[in-house]
Design a protein around this ligand. Structure first.
Ligand SMILES: [Zn+2]
Ligand SMILES: [Zn+2]
Length: 516
């Protein structure tokens, strides 16, 4: 008997944790962080204590109540995460099939039992690695490697000399042939060494055949999955779109998935209530026009992992005779992504249009990864003073969390801020539009793009990573599954209205299994 249980990502956007069972075989599609439900309890200076592992998340119902799914080194004697909570046991889980490297899909991997292998495209693996490498310590992000905590009156990391990081078991969909991949994957830029880090491809998970399909989304490496169960193939879309530059990948996925004659399709519906899709080319035109008419500094604000947008801004930089100044962590990410290969090409840092913006750090600031990337490209470095002197020569790629750089650059009159945010459901969504507007107003920047979505309609400076209603319907009508389970949407019922005639649409309930 095959069964699908959505533990999260139900009636909301992100946080997908979807269990697929077929008799004894068990696997998950994604294991993400739900920014919405976590944000209902927490904010910047009110975060779950890390010294009690996942105790708070378990107590607040923010993780699936499955007793034996998580890291045993994160359970303390004093604070049993599951005390007073009704839990089940699951036994062996064959793997997590990860769709892409947005935190709402990978963010809760940190807590997962490291014996559970992770399946991902090479690009998703590499982006997850770079994300973990560059995240400040103390933030739960052990997606790729971890160190067992010791209980010393509270959980803590043991001595770095005696306890190396252990790589989680990864099965990448392919091993990149690119020089430098192995070295990147097997080493981590930290004083603590990294030990044992597999990435062998594997065609089965929990004994079931699996297939992966590259799709287009606002982060490279996005993958849809199919798993062959005793009830037929179960297909999981992850996040996807047709209107992006690589929309043909999504179209090919739909055609290939149709050939499997799937018993079920689990599909996202983020923008199912919206039916228009401007393209990246439209965004490029709008941004070029804005940069060309700006007489001083241009600040560009977009999701750092949206390399497609970064490539657009490289074009904007060339068209407006500027250099694109990116933060060291984004330079590190780009350098890492070049080692993953795959269908999408990553521009080299050394292409004549990129500079690396070296923000003031203080002596202990940064990290080894930062030193590494700056040492590798010393000629690309620019300081805040360099940018301040030649403002007309730069487009600075800042996110909300870099906005205090404006105080060091002091934008000259005639400067502008292009808000071109791409993915609302990651860390960046927590930014406060009010604070950002305050900074923009204080320095007298001209704002292009919309900080908040009050007036609806298309924003010429942004194109979504998610398919519109008509594109989603095209995908479903191509695949023609027997059953459809909508996730990652606040309007699942639209699927019933639109395609209820061709498939059995089941609106999932959180934690309640649907039998195939
Ligand atoms: Zn998502
Ligand atoms: Zn996404």
């Amino acid at each position: 008997m095959a069964r699908i249980t959505c533990y999260d990502g139900v009636g909301c956007i992100g946080g997908n944790k979807i269990l697929l069972e077929d008799d004894w075989a068990k696997l998950f599609f994604d294991f993400g962080k739900n920014f919405g439900t976590e944000g209902a309890f927490y904010e910047d200076f009110l975060q779950p204590k890390t010294c009690t592992g996942f105790y708070e998340l378990a107590q607040l119902g923010l993780l699936p109540p499955i007793h034996d799914l998580y890291r045993r080194d994160m359970v303390t004697e004093l604070c049993d995460p599951w005390s007073g909570v009704a839990t089940t046991k699951i036994g062996d889980v064959g793997g997590v099939l990860v769709s892409h490297a947005h935190v709402d899909h990978i963010g809760a991997l940190h807590f997962l039992d490291p014996d559970i292998p992770i399946y991902a495209s090479a690009m998703t693996g590499v982006i997850s690695r770079a994300l973990q490498d560059t995240t400040p310590s103390g933030i739960p992000c052990e997606y790729c490697y971890y160190v067992g905590r010791v209980d010393d009156g509270g959980l803590a990391k043991p001595n770095y000399r005696t306890h190396p990081y252990i790589g989680r078991k990864y099965h990448l969909t392919e091993t990149p042939e690119i020089a430098g991949f192995g070295e990147f994957w097997m080493n981590c830029p930290d004083s603590r060494a990294l030990e044992a880090f597999d990435c062998e491809p594997k065609q089965t998970c929990a004994g079931l055949n699996v297939k992966s399909f590259p799709v287009d989304h606002s982060v490279y490496g996005a993958t849809a999955w199919a798993v062959e169960t005793s009830a037929g193939w179960v297909v999981y879309s992850g996040d996807l779109r047709l209107h992006g530059k690589f929309g043909h990948l999504t179209r090919r996925f739909a055609e290939e998935a149709a050939k499997l004659n799937p018993a079920a399709l689990i599909i996202e519906g983020t923008r199912i209530a919206n039916d228009s899709s401007p393209t990246e080319a439209n965004v490029l035109d709008a941004c070029v026009a804005a940069a060309v008419e700006t007489r001083a500094l241009v600040v560009a604000d977009f999701g750092p992992r949206n390399v497609e947008r970064l490539i657009s801004f490289l074009e904007v930089a060339r068209a407006s005779k500027r250099r694109l100044a990116i933060m060291p962590k984004d330079a590190y990410l780009l350098e890492a992504m070049r080692k993953a290969g795959g269908p999408q090409e990553i521009p080299p840092l050394d292409n004549g249009s990129i500079a690396i913006y070296c923000e003031h750090q203080g002596k202990s600031g940064g990290g080894k990864w930062r030193e590494e990337i700056l040492d590798q490209y010393p000629h690309l470095r620019v300081t805040p003073q360099d940018v301040a002197i030649d403002q007309r020569d730069f487009i600075c790629c800042f996110s909300f969390f870099d906005i205090n750089e404006l105080a060091y650059i002091k934008p000259a009159p005639g400067s502008s801020y292009i808000y071109s945010s791409c993915e609302a459901f990651n860390e960046e969504m927590q930014m406060s539009a009010d604070k950002l507007r305050h900074w923009i107003d204080f320095f007298g920047l001209r704002l292009y793009g919309r900080l908040d979505d009050t007036d609806g309609g298309d924003d010429p400076f942004h194109v979504s990573g998610h398919a519109s209603r008509s594109d989603l319907m095209e995908i479903v009508r191509t695949i023609r599954p027997k059953m459809l389970i909508p996730v990652h949407t606040t309007h699942p019922e639209v699927y019933t209205e639109q395609v209820g005639d061709i498939c059995d649409v089941r609106l999932p309930e959180k934690g309640v299994g649907v039998e195939l």
